[in-house]
Design a protein around this ligand. Structure first.
Ligand SMILES: C[S@@+](CC[C@H](N)C(=O)[O-])C[C@H]1O[C@@H](n2cnc3c(N)ncnc32)[C@H](O)[C@@H]1O
Length: 380
């Protein structure tokens, strides 16, 4: 799978679009808002209050989250500049994603974004800050910006995506597909070589990400990164994070047993995704020595918090079903492009119907949670 050309979150604003199905990612941005705002202000102060601040969202996708995060950061910088009584008068926001991202839909939200900012300015005492937004297509596992041009960079719910599906390296240096029958990610029955390959791919990608950003971020500039992680150092401990992929693999295998897809297709499919432990992330940042760690912590995102309140007059409302439906749609909006490219479009509807059913079963006994990592870094 050529991840760069295949991967994109579901386009547009329809029922199955990412724009309409990114509640979980929105919860993550809410939980990490203060960290982003504080680091943006620290970057502003470190750059000795520049007149133009340049910030970048790496993996912005399509939908309201990207513009909400940008707006919150602009507010924080404008407030700080008001208190200090100096700059910036202009903020340049770069929204980055892979070239298959639906930038058109994202850009169509800009007039409303600018209108809201205009209104906010009139109602508050904020400094007059002109804000310029541009899209930057390309992989964040490569250079995207001019050297030393960014004051602040952030990435939310994106760095768990790898640049490619991990391969197993043989002694002669050649690479072959993973032997991970019936599974689509590291599982308790996967051979150790599967975990090793995933771990190596993450290390390669994450170190490249840090090296590229080191070139682009100015000294004293900050980065705030959040992505899916795991609590345990053992990657295949059942129920820790990867239950989503265990259940998706089970759904695919159930469909194979019914003759709806070929079992070999499932055997040859693995996700370009990795949930590292905090130690792995910390080690890589320390080994590279390009950024200092100001904060690193794991946090839980619990969908049940979002599902408790029943809509009025809905007496059949069940929070467990609601969490399962939200998660199934979230996974579909994120993974549909890679699943379609491997299994074809015809299976998608049935696949997610069954997947939702398995999630309901799982959430009736377990918390509907996802573990994330928050990292605040300062460029040395
Ligand atoms: C789940 S979305 C997160 C979007 C947004 N940050 C949010 O919080 O709602 C992950 C995004 O990361 C993007 N992505 C994955 N790998 C990438 C890469 N190598 N370079 C740039 N973007 C990438 C995907 O295309 C996708 O749009």
């Amino acid at each position: 799978m050529d991840v760069q050309s295949v991967l994109h979150m579901n386009s547009g604003v329809g029922d199955m679009s990412y724009a309409k199905n990114s509640t979980v990612q929105k919860m993550i941005t809410n939980l990490t808002k203060t960290a982003r705002q504080e680091a943006a202000v620290d970057s502003f102060r470190a750059a000795i209050c520049p007149t133009t601040m340049t910030i970048a969202d790496l993996g912005c996708s399509v939908g309201p989250n990207a513009l909400l995060m940008a707006s919150e950061i602009i507010d924080a910088i404008a407030q700080a500049s008001h208190q200090l009584n100096r700059g910036p008068s202009e903020i340049q926001v770069f929204l980055n994603d892979l070239s298959g991202n639906d930038f058109n839909t994202l850009f169509s939200l800009l007039p409303e974004f600018h209108k809201l900012r205009e209104r906010k300015l009139q109602e508050s005492e904020q400094e007059q800050v002109h804000c310029f937004i541009s899209g930057v297509p390309g992989s964040f596992y490569g250079r995207l910006f001019v050297s030393k041009s960014l004051h602040f960079a952030y990435s939310s719910s994106s760095l768990h995506w790898l640049s490619q599906v991990p391969q197993m390296r043989l002694q002669d240096g050649s690479e072959v597909p993973l032997n991970n029958k019936g599974k689509i990610y590291i599982s308790h029955i996967s051979p150790p070589s599967v975990f090793e390959a995933y771990k190596k791919q993450f290390k390669r990608d994450f170190s490249l990400f840090l090296k590229c950003r080191r070139e682009e971020v100015v000294e004293g500039g900050h980065m705030v990164l959040t992505f899916v992680a795991r609590r345990s150092s053992n990657p295949s401990t059942p129920l820790l994070g990867s239950y989503l992929w265990e259940l998706l693999a089970k759904t695919l295998m159930d469909m194979a047993s019914l003759g709806l897809i070929e079992e070999e297709k499932v055997d040859s499919f693995n996700l370009p995704w990795y949930e590292p432990s905090m130690e792995e992330v910390k080690n890589e940042i320390t080994i590279q020595g390009l950024f200092s760690i100001k904060k690193i912590e794991l946090f839980e995102v619990n969908l049940d918090d979002n599902s408790q309140e029943a809509p009025r007059n809905d007496h059949n409302y069940n929070p467990v079903d609601k969490s399962a439906q939200t998660m199934a749609k979230t996974v579909r909006a994120a993974l549909e492009s890679v699943l379609k490219s491997h299994f074809g479009e015809a299976i998608i509807e049935k696949l997610f119907e069954r997947y939702c059913f398995l999630l309901e079963e799982y959430y009736s006994k377990n918390k509907a949670e996802v573990i994330n990592i928050l990292i605040v870094l300062e460029r040395k």
